[in-house]
Write a protein that binds this ligand. Structure first.
Ligand code: I6G
Length: 678
């Protein structure tokens, strides 16, 4: 196929622009363009490469995930061994380290510069660049031989596939960079939520999650995991010069496009190292990633060379570890908590124990499967850990210390609060109380949610108060709140006349709300703030939402079959409609939302079905983007369907489209549609 003359240059330009914006985003943490503009450039390059496959280069930003699953990882020999670091567990040990160095260098301790950096709790990785192009990624392994994880490392968004040649200093012909691949805390929590929801085993901590994700034979799995990397040094370097200080080498790596931790400092003397340790220790919980200590390195490379190595660790560096965030204690009982939607959560009651400076008495156990997986029994000795700022968790059981009378956990068949049946649907991990708003525990949670800041924002209606109101039978549902009187409130514990009056005014004030907030406040399962806003924006008022069928609900951005089903079911329960009527009768109101006229949007009136898997985006992203252009995206093919977009391995829907004569587009067709219209 002949390629028009201007196309290769455009592809090159797009690649350069995308690399530059990646650098701004990941390395400088200072993006220059909105995500949507980045996506547009990306899609343009993708479309060109799809049309002219000869244009594809291995370092193109579109080529992060492409490789087929491996049967096994190959071996990699490290030309410069990947050593480990010596550890220090106290200030005294760090001082010994400082004294040893000062003695060897013939200097006073306060004449030595150190670079100090957090020690990421991840796994060490080597990246090999030849002529600026990433050619290999490898694990440390035993330090001499590691595993070839090139295809997986390529999927990590902040790892550059090509280094920045426009940097001041020329790139060495061969440059091996070392660093730590880790999983940010937020990504780890989200991944574990996904694992639990899918009934799969959650990861014990972000390090295991990072290691497990990088050791996947299928790079697509790695690509779906939220991994990141900070570089901390170099290994093999050929035909190129590096600066003469470690801190300057790190700055140079950054200039070449590699991500370096922003918490790195250069300080003079051991006292300043210990100040750094304290400072990072205090901020540890608020850092977005897990660290297990800090690392001190002699900054001057000539001094590092003088110091050399002892056994398999450099003499010029040490890891100063934080005290363990783990402790052993006894499991006294497993209680049951009932959530707003009836979800039953087993909670571990523990013999009080200090973990990382905090006394822990309770820990969530998530669900019945989690307890079974650990074979947890009341009376067991367990490992409790805290990971950063998250709630304490039970990590494992010490089986050797199991007493003979340890009792296995039995999930109750009835709700401990209201006595209704506890039901666990097939294929679901969570068991639920079937009592609905009859159950005081669910009622309390529903009312707390209704009053919360992001819902109806009723100031002064705290947890304790809600509990009293429900326990004293003053409030059965959220609408009852609006019938409360100052006299009733003033009679409650810790409620003075003035606070009662304030609460009545807050209730009055909350009546003027928005449709989005009101929908969120109703506590419909699966409907969070964003979905509530989308519903409000799409329908404009409550009545059309109440009346919408499943298909109409699914045409709202963010709403898939599960969410649609939940909304549909909610509005078909007589008691929910009664509460809504009561709330409106009490005076709750909102301004009508102006619905963007669908007919001005380019795909208005078009009915589209997505099937099969797409390479360039997920189906839900494609759905969102089509909907943003006014299309109605539905789940089943009929004569009314305008287009079926068939990705890879499309099955029965594609067949049906062909039978009905509905036009079928492939992924390029979809991209064209999005591009033409957008
Ligand atoms: O395992 C390591 C973690 C962090 C390191 C390391 C590091 O610097 C921040 N630095 C060296 C030199 C080595 N391992 C061998």
């Amino acid at each position: 196929m002949t390629i028009p003359a201007n196309i290769p240059a455009r592809a090159r330009e797009l690649r350069e622009q995308l690399n530059y914006h990646n650098y701004r985003y990941y390395v400088l943490d200072d993006p220059e363009i909105p995500d949507a503009e980045y996506d547009r450039l990306f899609r343009e390059l993708q479309a060109l490469e799809e049309q002219y496959p000869a244009l594809v280069t291995p370092d193109s930003p579109t080529q992060r995930v492409g490789a087929e699953p491996l049967k096994a990882f190959g071996e990699v020999k490290h030309v410069v061994p990947m050593l480990s670091l010596g550890n220090a567990f106290s200030g005294e040990e760090v001082r010994d380290f400082g004294r040893r160095i000062a003695e060897k260098l013939g200097l006073a301790e306060d004449e030595i510069d150190f670079t100090t950096e957090p020690k990421m709790d991840g796994l060490a990785i080597s990246l090999l660049y030849e002529a600026g192009v990433l050619v290999r990624g490898a694990t440390r392994g035993d330090g001499v031989t590691g595993e070839d994880v090139t295809q997986n490392v390529r999927t990590i968004p902040c790892v550059p596939l090509r280094l920045r040649a426009e940097a001041q200093r020329p790139l060495p012909r061969v440059l091996e960079v070392r660093g730590e691949v880790y999983m940010p805390k937020a990504g780890f929590e989200a991944l574990n939520e996904r694992q639990r929801a899918a009934g799969e085993k959650p990861f014990a901590n972000p390090r295991n999650a990072a290691a497990g994700s990088l050791r996947q034979l299928d790079p697509k799995v790695t690509a779906s995991r939220p991994l990141a990397m900070f570089c901390y040094g170099v290994g093999q370097v050929e035909d190129g010069q590096l600066p003469d200080r470690h801190s300057a080498i790190l700055a140079q790596l950054k200039d070449w496009g590699l991500r370096v931790c922003p918490e790195i400092r250069t300080v003079r003397g051991i006292d300043a190292c210990l100040d750094y340790y304290r400072d990072i220790g205090e901020r540890r919980a608020s850092l977005p990633y897990e660290i297990d200590g800090v690392v001190y390195k002699v900054d001057r490379i000539d001094q590092q060379e003088m110091l050399g190595f002892v056994s398999r660790a450099p003499r010029w560096a040490i890891a100063h570890k934080f005290p363990a965030q783990e402790a052993l204690t006894r499991l006294l009982a497993i209680d049951i908590q009932v959530g707003r939607t009836g979800a039953i959560t087993p909670v571990a009651r523990l013999e009080p124990v200090e973990v990382g400076g905090v006394t822990v008495t309770n820990a969530t156990l998530h669900n019945q499967d989690e307890i079974a997986r650990m074979d947890l029994r009341v009376g067991d000795t367990v490992v409790v850990y805290r990971a950063g700022d998250v709630i304490p968790k039970v990590g494992s059981v010490v089986l050797l210390r199991r007493p003979p009378d340890a009792k296995p956990f039995v999930m109750p068949t009835h709700c401990p609060v209201c006595g209704s049946d506890i039901i666990r649907l097939e294929g679901q991990v969570i068991a639920r109380c079937s009592g609905g708003l009859y159950c005081p525990a669910q009622r309390k949670e529903a009312i707390k949610h209704f009053a919360s800041r992001r819902a109806m924002d009723i100031e002064g209606l705290g947890e304790k108060l809600v509990e009293q109101l429900v326990d004293r039978d003053l409030v059965h549902d959220p609408a009852d709140l609006y019938a409360l009187t100052v006299e009733q409130l003033a009679g409650l514990e810790r409620m003075a006349q003035k606070s009662a009056e304030n609460l009545i005014s807050a209730l009055e004030k909350s009546k003027a709300t928005s449709l989005g907030r009101f929908l969120f406040a109703l506590g419909i399962r699966e409907v969070g703030e964003t979905t509530a806003q989308s519903l409000a924006q799409h329908f404009g008022d409550l009545q059309p939402i109440e009346e919408a069928d499943l298909e109409t609900l699914q045409s709202v951005p963010d709403v898939g079959p599960i969410v649609a089903n939940s909304i549909y079911t909610f509005f078909r329960q007589a008691h929910n409609l009664e509460v809504i009527d009561k709330l409106i009768a009490a005076g709750i109101h909102w301004p009508k939302v102006e619905v963007k006229a669908a007919e001005v949007l380019p795909l208005a009136g078009k009915v589209i079905v997505l099937t099969g898997s797409l390479q360039s985006m997920s189906r839900s992203e494609a759905k969102k983007r089509l909907q943003a252009l006014g299309a109605k995206v539905t789940g089943s093919v009929s004569k009314k369907t305008d287009w079926v977009i068939a990705g890879e391995a499309a099955g029965s829907k594609l067949k049906k489209a062909q039978e009905l004569g509905v036009e079928v587009l492939d992924e390029t067709g979809l991209l064209n549609l999005l591009q033409q219209q957008g």
